[in-house]
Design a protein. Structure first.
Length: 241
């Protein structure tokens, strides 16, 4: 597999609101590319920010979460707001204070629609057929140190490969397995974006990505309702807000 990873260094995107169409319009993309954009600059573009002096963070988290469990981890020396928010299990409902200049940055809204708008804009500009646009965020994984990237919205690229009904090497029929195609690529892109002062909020992946493009792709078929999830017993221990 031959993949070219192209980080895009940009100007500083400043809260509380800062439109990023100048950044999007400066991109140079080719047919078959996937453009990954960090959620932080999308949220600032939308004005999804709150000044830290005007609201308590816990109140803001509660307003964004569907479920929330507050835990004072005395062993590790920190407090945790474990949330189910935006159909994802997150810390602090995805609210961030880094690179925010005195603001809380919330998750963007209507993320698939934003991805479609960016995709249509770039397809028209460069006369393309296949182009993916994905908004990413960072999260932690249980029992693993460090953050990694995952997708929270997309357009133009299918996130899943369904291999149910196929045979394994010993002729056993696969019954429930679907392959997550997009989050491994999102993790690669987020690694190149960085987490502090890199100013690389966009990464383009180009080459043999082995992923199908689709004009109708979205996150909807990718999400799992909590009551259908393998982790339902864990999720249901988190109190509803």
């Amino acid at each position: 597999m031959n993949i070219e990873v192209i980080p895009i260094k940009t100007r500083v995107v400043c809260p509380p609101k800062d439109e990023i169409w100048d950044i999007i319009d400066s991109l140079k993309v080719s047919d078959g590319d996937i453009v990954f954009i960090t959620s932080k600059i999308v949220a600032i573009h939308q004005g999804r920010t709150k000044k830290t002096t005007e609201i308590e963070k816990r109140d803001l988290i509660k307003s964004e979460a569907d479920r929330m469990l507050v835990h004072e981890n005395t062993d590790a020396g920190f407090s945790v707001h474990l949330c189910l928010s935006h159909n994802a299990l997150t810390l602090a409902a995805g609210i961030d204070e880094s690179n925010a200049d005195g603001y809380y940055i919330l998750w963007p809204e209507d993320i698939d629609e934003f991805c479609k708008e960016v995709r249509n804009r770039l397809i028209k500009k460069f006369n393309l057929k296949n182009l993916g646009v994905v908004v990413t965020d960072s999260h932690t994984m249980p029992l693993r140190s460090g953050v990694t990237g995952f997708s929270i919205g997309l357009a133009g690229v299918e996130p899943l490969r369904d291999i149910r009904g196929t045979k394994d090497i010993f002729n056993r029929t696969m019954k429930i397995t679907k392959v997550n195609l997009i989050d491994p690529l999102a993790a690669l892109a987020v690694k190149e974006m960085g987490e502090s002062a890199e100013r690389r909020p966009i990464v383009i992946l180009r080459g043999d990505l082995n992923i199908p493009f689709s004009d109708t792709a979205s996150m909807e078929g990718f999400k799992i309702a909590p009551e259908m999830d393998f982790y339902r017993p864990l999720i249901e221990t988190i109190p509803k807000v």
